[in-house]
Design a protein around this ligand. Structure first.
Ligand code: C5P
Length: 401
């Protein structure tokens, strides 16, 4: 059954030639079992009529913010509360600009501001408008606000030009909307997760570390939690808020991280090792600040424990998931790690690309397991995490049955 079954969806339509695709989207959403109410901006009705949208959705179409009749029927607040998710398809450059500034001068923007539901945005516009720095800045702002943006596709446009700006196809919108709802696929399981970097002290005021932001691990913790798991998160130093209902343990060094994981692993079913653990640490932590007396400084380093291998060796029953952050030979290296570390699933990503690298809000990964693989196209870390958890749950239940 689709996760969209029995869900209430507000479909926002703004002024773009791609509005014709939203007619098909209504049908597809209904086929998935959802109820759809359509909110149209003033300019969108120049592209497709409210009558068409009403006939397809089976519900009155809403266009006015300050209209007595529509306020009586369903105000922007009621629509905002009714929605389990808001899908804006197509989202024009103007609408994107207004949303990124929190404006509420028409019904659609007011609903967006008043809702606590997830907002999924499918932009559509001329390629130069999309590439314009103002639009890109607004898009970054929307992502920071936690909205899910489906980057438009490259191709021939209605204006005759070729480039990025075509709204993604309806099946992709449906598939992403699906992943935004909890499937309950990890209900009854306990998940242990590591995230962020470790810090390996050199002296009382200095340490060795890396650029890991912890965003991926935290997004996974949130996704596992919303799939019904009880989640324990062991994290290095990051400046992120703990996801709701997740139990968090803060550590600094790789050795501390291993200790915390060993403490919790025996009661867990699934171990997801997302942390960027320092492979080496200084052999000696100087008790006093190291002085710059000499032109060079030599420091002896020693290997840190491999947390993932330690846990899979010590807790054979645990379903283990590792990450392979690579800059070369992605698939080969990931496959080797899958075998060497005795993992059930590995998430491989190319960290040489800054768009999807360590501190980015986005990722694009390849999942590999004993008898399969799946490529997850570039998307926000929230969406990628939900997709990883969905796949993980399928393999986990398959292995356990
Ligand atoms: O061998 P490599 O460091 O590339 O393996 C990456 C995977 O191993 C990641 O899942 C990472 O969290 C984990 N790891 C670990 N302990 C280390 C190094 C990496 O658990 N010391």
């Amino acid at each position: 059954m689709s996760n969209l079954s029995n869900k209430n969806i507000v479909l926002g339509v703004s002024g773009s030639i791609a509005a014709y695709k939203s007619a098909e989207l209504i049908r597809r959403l209904q086929d998935s079992g959802a109820s759809v109410k359509v909110v149209m901006t003033k300019s969108s009705v120049e592209f497709i009529t409210p009558l068409t949208m009403q006939a397809l959705s089976g519900n009155p179409v809403h266009t006015e913010l300050l209209d007595e009749a529509s306020e009586r029927a369903m105000s922007h607040i009621e629509l905002a509360r009714w929605a389990d998710i808001l899908i804006i398809a197509p989202a024009s450059a103007n609408l994107i600009a207004k949303l990124s500034h929190g404006r509420a001068d028409d019904l659609l923007t007011a609903v967006c501001l008043a809702t606590s539901a997830d907002i999924l945005i499918a932009p559509a516009m001329n390629n130069q408008m999309w590439l314009n720095r103002a639009t890109q800045k607004n898009i970054s702002e929307l992502k920071l606000m936690g909205h899910h943006v489906l980057a438009p596709e490259d191709g021939k446009q209605a204006c005759g030009e070729t480039g990025p700006g075509r709204m993604v196809e309806t099946n992709q919108i449906i598939s992403i909307a699906n992943t935004l709802f909890s499937s309950g696929s990890l209900s009854g399981t306990k998940v242990l997760l590591t995230a962020g970097p470790t810090r390996e002290p050199l002296d009382p005021i200095r340490y060795l570390s890396n650029y890991s932001s912890g965003k991926m691990g935290f997004a996974l913790a949130e996704a596992a939690r919303s799939a019904g798991a009880e989640v324990t998160l062991v994290t290095g130093p990051v400046s992120l808020l703990t996801p709701k209902y997740v139990v968090r343990h803060d550590i600094e060094t790789a050795q501390d991280m291993l200790k915390a994981c060993v403490e919790h692993a025996s009661s867990c079913d699934i171990f997801i090792c997302c942390a960027a653990v320092a492979d080496y640490r200084p052999r000696r932590r100087e008790p006093q600040k190291i002085k710059k007396n000499d032109a060079t400084l030599n420091m002896e380093m020693m290997r840190n424990p491999d947390i993932l291998s330690n846990i899979t060796a010590q807790f054979e029953q645990i379903f283990s998931v590792g990450f392979a952050a690579e800059t070369t030979n992605l698939i080969e290296n990931a496959q080797q790690k899958l075998l060497k570390k005795k993992l059930d699933l590995i998430v491989a990503n190319d960290v040489s690309d800054p768009e999807i690298g360590f501190d980015s809000d986005h990722n694009e990964v390849l999942l590999l397991w004993a008898n399969g693989n799946e490529k997850l196209e570039q998307a926000s870390k929230a969406i990628i995490s939900k997709q990883i958890i969905n796949r993980l749950a399928l393999i986990y239940h398959e292995n356990r049955s």
